[in-house]
Ligand binder design. Sequence first.
Ligand code: GSH
Length: 218
Amino acid sequence: MSRRLLEFHRSPNAVKVRVGLNFKGLDYETEEMMAAERAPMVEAAGWPMIPILIDGDVVMRDSAAILHYLEANYRDRPSLTPGTREDIRSAESLLMNLNPEILRIQWRITPEIGKPEDERDMERIKVGRRTLSDALMRLEARLTGQDWLVGDSMSMYDVILACNLLPAHPPESFVEESPIWRFFDEHFRLDEDRARVANWIGRVIAWDVPEGDRPEPR
Ligand SMILES: N[C@@H](CCC(=O)N[C@@H](CS)C(=O)NCC(=O)O)C(=O)O
């Protein structure tokens, strides 16, 4: 059975899906899409965005929906679903609180990324970084006594939130390959201020590597 992931390789939403597939040990091929040519995405899934997963006859779009799809349909594989209803609720409410703030900060600084360095509004960038660091204070505290958001193993909520926070702890290969990720590396890396959050992001993206280099699922 063929499984294909249409993606922009360095998109955090694509990372979420690769982490999910890798964690579950599901084989897949990736196809890099081009921002200037959206027809293949629209043809495959009826919208012009990645990630799109084509799993045999099933087509899924939207990273969180894809993770839910994998969880609901590959239950004999290692699980990314928290073990209790309380943990699911607690993780969902954490995401509901943090995600809008992360997105707001991202949107505020996005226009600066494309500008030549000497035209960037450095004050806006600094405020963005500080606001992000402040927004992560409680998460930093939560991760003090535990490795994962809820329970004692990685869940899809770790995958979603950690990948949304990739600008705070950018993967080295992304930084080497892309000016956008160099921007985040230079201005948004929070490894010192929010060390536990940074380490936790690292634990999640440790799954975005070739088979053989991955951790053991728990
Ligand atoms: N909610 C969607 C958002 C998908 C999304 O925003 N994808 C971006 C890449 S991260 C995209 O394809 N944007 C179109 C573009 O960059 O031109 C998801 O989680 O998958």
